[in-house]
Design a protein around this ligand. Sequence first.
Ligand code: ADP
Length: 567
Amino acid sequence: MLYPDSWYDPNVESLLVHARRNECLKKEALHFKSVSLNARQLCDLEMLLNRAYYPLDGYMCRTDYDSVLKACRLSDGSLWPLPICLGVDAETASGVSLGERVAIRDAEGFMLAVLTVEDVWKADLEAERIALWGDRPRTGGIDVSGIEGDRLWYLGGKLEGLSYPQHYDFVDMRLSPPDMQRLFSREKWGKVIGVQAGRPLHRADRAMLEEIASAHDARLLLSPLMIPSVYFSVDHFCLVRCLRAFAGLMPEHAVKLNLIPWFQRRMGRRGSLLRAIVNRNYGCSHMLLWDSGKMQSQNLQHSESFHAHMEWMAEMARLSGITPLREKCMTLDEASGKHTCSAKGCLCVNDHLAIVECLRAGEAVPDNLSYPEVLKELGRVHKPLSKQGFSLFFTGLSGAGKSTLAKILYVKLLELNGRPVTLLDGDIVRTNLSSELNFSKEHRELNVTRIGFVASEIVKNGGIAICAPIAPYPKSREEVRKMIEQYGGFIEIHVNTPLSVCEQRDCKGIYAKARAGIIKGMTGVDDPYAEPENPELRINTSEMTPDEAAREVMFFLATKNYIRGNA
Ligand code: ADP
């Protein structure tokens, strides 16, 4: 049984093996089976290897799994809220024997650790659900492998680490728990409050954090709350840069910024307790529990009241050696421009939402809400529509007028000279990007999603992508919409010129060939065109000139604020 005083051995080291053992394992691993980890599993592995999950020294075995689910304790009696096991599918599990060593790799196949398998068992999803949610109407297990429940098995056993998962970003801000502990003792930081932030912080947050820190005579360890799937997205970089700017505004000895490979588990009170233990292992004496906002509501809305959660956490504090502190509400005193804690005030997240709204509307953010240093970073991601990338996605029958309109708009948008413009016309794409594809349903879908991928990259980087494929099927159109909308605007324009008009135009002579049976699978003739149900615009080019049709699109862009002027 571990007690608060002996929670962390200051001499604890990572699970990375010595260089000679490393070489040896690499050679032996030639014959090992491999398990590749997803982004969330990589976080867990890193937390095991760097001892953020101390006292665990590998993936849990069945006895610990059962004991943790039932009693929130490891089988030796120490407090532990959630099983940390290696989730694998049934086939992998059945191919592994006890005592066998397995290579743990990242998605690229780089070997990070060797697991000596001590236990293999099928996940007990019902026991997991009860442990997490009791009789509350919520489903969801504990595993992060993404493997479906009835195919999910676990491997447990000791780990020998060869390398941490590779990070190339913010490498100077990735101290391990032992490094952090040493730094705190070197700099004589007594009490430390762990603050995991899932959003940028502003003036109200600073006032609140300073108030809490001074009330407890503590400093702050600030870390962004990671969302593994967005490690490569601008949001991750924006959040870290904003927090770095924020921390840079505070006195150096008051706050440290460190990236913890911790992601939000949405696993109620047991998830919070695991976060408490991780904070403690990084050397914190206290941790901040955000009262509301995205993080809080997602975590607890279906489970229990915040008050009950706090009470439970307070009890756990006694056992885990860390004290949870509740976020305070803040009010802004307009006269002095200062924020103070007050029962009738608002949660800081409201300021953040107001700031994002201002930035998106292209309005100036009031000085008393945030800092220019933070806004400079945040403003790179939250831009008004007139500064964001967008895609014009024309869809319709052959001969409907898509290419003609796309070319006119390409020129008109270049003339405005606001953002880089790329034309991904159906024929251009078929020649350059999808030359090996035919016109089968499968290949047509693939062609459209390829266009969508290229367009989404352009939009992500703030450009305008004009696409003009036939795109006859809803599935790939919806996929493209999803891909692009995460980065900017998606304007689907159904060019709904009637088939009879398209056929009459027959610019390329293909309708005549299709009617004569020379070509097969012609959209509108012997292959279907499923009309989009809710496009942003519909344009029937049989009723207007190309120039008029293009003006209609420009008018739409101007009224929706995608472009300024020259409507
Ligand atoms: P798609 O790219 O949809 O296959 P195209 O743009 O290649 O169609 O061909 C459409 C034909 O229709 C062109 O010859 C174009 O000049 C003619 N057309 C007539 N009126 C219009 C209009 N209002 N908008 C676009 N094209 C039009």
